[in-house]
Each structure stands twice: as structure tokens, then as C-alpha cells.
Design a protein around this ligand. Structure first.
Ligand code: DX5
Ligand code: ZN
Length: 224
């Protein structure tokens, strides 16, 4: 099943609640929250106060993508605010096994993220303790960047490894997902599609979400 996770990074922050409602009316099943610290990535975005407000306006699961150094410090904070999914970057964490268990100990779904330059092989020792793997298809830090097609093989590889090893993690993709790239990511195995600019960049977020979901679901049906 294909799920859409609109990234609020491209939303109008002055009308955040309204925009999130529109995206969920369009079929979004989780809300992707990009947390950046200005160190791990060259941008600053959302922190706990915004997540606290967001939690009050939607019942959808909040998918918190931590692009920060030392995520262990903030995992308990976000978990207590009621986020449901937390992902950390392989490149940012020194003790990945410990960090993933920390996320799980807070009853959140635990995800690991890899940048475009990071191979899938670096995850081999943690694939059995994650609920999802997030493949970055742009370099993290900004919305509305161009999709990097050379990341597609990593979604295919993760699909293969999952069946070879009998694992059950889900595969999420983030960056440049739009109507012109969605079929490729879905055919490569991505199941949870993050989209910022394609949902909130222009036009009606509800309609944009509906169109993306329709295109993603069609591509998934063609795959079988
Ligand atoms: C990038 C963020 C993404 C971003 C995706 O660092 O992790 O979630 O919002 O935005 P689009 O869909 O515009 O590429
Ligand atoms: Zn993200």
C-alpha cells in the first residue's frame, strides 16, 4: 500500500493547521516533520514548540525526521510531545543500535535515514531493529530540490534484502517526489512517499495530495 507523507517544510507556517487539514483531506496518512539544527544540515527549521501545536490540530501520525547532531538528546522530548515515528540519520549517530532502541523504548516507530552518498550496506546490522528505512533522494536541508535518480537502486536493494532476510521494515523516500518522479520511486519499492513542494508548493494541497496518491497507487498496481 502506498502512503503519502506531506512534508510541512514547504507549507505556509502562518496557516499550518489549515494546510495540514487540507493535505489530510487529500488522503495523506502521516505528516512528515523535518527537524534541522543548522549543524548536521545547513538550515534551521522546526523544533518542539511547533510540534506541540501541530499535535493539537491533527490525529494523523507525526513522522519526525531528525536532521540533527546528537538526536538522542531530543528523542525523549519529541516522543513526549506525541510524535509517532522518529527517524535518525546513519551519518549523524555514533551508536546507532542504542539510538534506535531509545526510539523504540518511547513506543515510537524507529526509522533510519541514509543520505544520497551513503550505501545501503552501512545499515546491514540494524535492518532487523528498524520499522522503516528512509532513503534520501536529495541532500537533506531544503525543500524543492531536484530528485537524484541514482538513489533509486537503493530502494530496490532494500526491497531485495527485506525478502532475502525475511524482515518487515517499510521503505520511505524523501526529496523531489512529484508527479514526474513518483512512478519511478514506487516501482523501485518505496511505499511511504514524502512530498513537500509537490503538496504545498503551489495550488491546493488537497488536490495535490489526491493526484500524487492516485499516481503512486497506479504505479504500484502496474508493478504487480
Ligand atoms: C529535505 C527534507 C524533505 C523535504 C522534501 O531535507 O528532508 O522532507 O521537505 O521536500 P520536497 O518534496 O520539496 O523535495
Ligand atoms: Zn524529510
Amino acid at each position: 500500500m502506498i502512503e503519502l507523507a506531506p512534508s510541512i517544510l514547504s507549507a505556509d507556517f502562518a496557516r499550518l493547521g489549515e494546510q495540514v487539514h487540507a493535505a489530510s483531506a487529500g488522503g495523506a496518512s502521516l505528516i512528515h516533520v523535518d527537524v534541522m539544527d543548522g549543524h548536521f544540515v545547513p538550515n534551521l527549521t522546526i523544533g518542539p514548540p511547533v510540534v506541540k501545536s501541530l499535535r493539537k490540530v491533527t490525529d494523523l501520525p507525526l513522522d519526525c525526521h531528525l536532521m540533527i547532531d546528537n538526536p538522542d538528546e531530543f528523542i525523549p522530548v519529541f516522543a513526549e510531545l506525541g510524535v509517532n515515528w522518529i527517524s535518525v540519520h546513519q551519518e549523524a549517530v555514533r551508536h546507532l543500535n542504542r539510538t534506535l532502541h531509545l526510539i523504540r523504548s518511547h513506543n515510537c516507530q524507529a526509522g533510519v535515514v541514509i543520505n544520497p552518498a551513503t550505501p545501503v550496506e552501512t545499515l546491514s546490522e540494524v535492518l532487523d531493529i528498524v520499522d522503516y528505512v528512509l532513503v534520501m533522494s536529495v541532500n537533506p536541508g531544503f525543500g524543492a530540490q531536484k530528485f537524484i535518480p541514482s538513489t533509486l537502486h537503493k530502494m530496490r536493494r532494500l526491497t531485495e534484502i527485506r525478502s532475502q532476510r525475511g524482515l518487515d521494515y517499510r521503505i520511505e523516500v524523501d526529496g523531489g517526489v512529484a508527479l514526474d518522479t513518483i512512478a519511478d520511486v514506487v516501482r523501485s519499492g518505496a511505499e511511504i512517499l514524502v512530498a513537500g513542494n509537490a503538496v504545498f508548493g503551489s495550488g491546493d494541497p488537497k488536490k495535490n495530495a489526491e493526484e500524487l496518491l492516485r499516481a503512486g497507487t497506479e504505479a504500484a498496481l502496474q508493478k504487480v
